[in-house]
Design a protein around this ligand. Structure first.
Ligand code: F6R
Length: 260
């Protein structure tokens, strides 16, 4: 895993946007895996800016989001579909029929989840997957103890994730208890993965992900097995890494042809 430590959240967002820009420049028909939450907000702002400046073209891209709350319609302001519309899709030239999110109001969740997996496969698989990480080490909404080979399915949020996400809903009571999420196995099949983390609240999870044992207790730790995964974090999220100086040294000596 490549660990890139940037001075602040803005630099994290810019580095990630540069990687997405390069991906779309290399392959205009890229299949992008997208995340929501507070972590990628600056990243989406930067992507939109680069699109407006004529550097990023979504005309031929396809997207699949990681997850959606069960019970929320796509019009609900806290749904991830609404989040993506507001922060990316309404501001760039994405084709609506190329956008995919799980349907939080589907009547048959298992069948819908299988269909979602089929759609990813038919699109050719995910070229570049963006992830955030939960303070408990989750990716997507694969909470601790999730099978490391799981597929898209229903998950129950932990009380900790409900508490973390209450800031979006106003109160913990309003946070849905269930989500549909891509599985850990689904995420691991993406050809390239970029994980973003910012702030001291993520430092423990980041250290466990990078330097801890691979365990279902920290689902993000399975990314140690991914052949092409970059973790881009700010200084605050890096404070518990034992080998932070080594990661900085590697980045500083990165060959030019490997840089975005
Ligand atoms: C969101 C997602 C989650 C978040 C994680 C971090 O689509 O899949 O794994 O990335 O909960 O959330 P924030 O960024 O709000 O700290």
């Amino acid at each position: 895993m490549e660990v890139i430590i940037k001075p602040d959240p803005e630099a994290v967002s810019k580095e990630a946007a540069a990687l997405f820009q390069r991906q779309l420049a290399l392959k205009s028909t890229s299949v992008l895996g997208l995340a929501t939450g507070s972590t990628p907000l600056g990243f989406y702002r930067e992507l939109v800016r680069r699109h407006r400046d004529g550097h990023v073209d979504f005309a031929h891209a396809t997207t699949f989001n990681l997850d959606e709350y069960v019970g929320l319609s796509g019009d609900h302001p806290m749904s991830y579909r609404a989040f993506m519309r507001e922060h990316l899709f309404a501001q760039v030239n994405m084709r609506p029929d190329h956008v995919h999110l799980p349907d939080g109001q589907t009547e048959d969740i298992p069948v819908h989840c299988e269909d979602y997996e089929d759609e990813i496969r038919h699109a050719g698989g995910i070229d570049l997957q963006l992830l955030g990480i939960g303070s408990d080490g989750h990716i997507g909404f694969n909470e601790p103890s999730s099978s490391l080979s799981s597929r898209t399915r229903l998950k129950t949020l932990t009380p900790r994730t409900i508490a973390d996400n209450a800031r979006f809903f106003g109160s913990e009571a309003d946070v849905p208890r269930h989500v549909i999420t891509m599985g850990v196995g689904t995420i691991m099949e993406a050809r390239q993965v970029i994980v973003l983390a910012m702030g001291a609240g993520k430092a423990t999870a980041v250290a466990a992900m990078v330097e801890g044992a691979i365990t279902a207790s920290v689902p993000a730790s399975i990314l140690q097995m991914h052949p092409k995964c970059a973790l881009i974090i700010d200084e605050a999220a890096a404070t518990q890494l034992q080998r932070a100086d080594y990661y900085r040294w590697v980045y500083d000596h990165k060959p030019h042809w490997q840089r975005p």
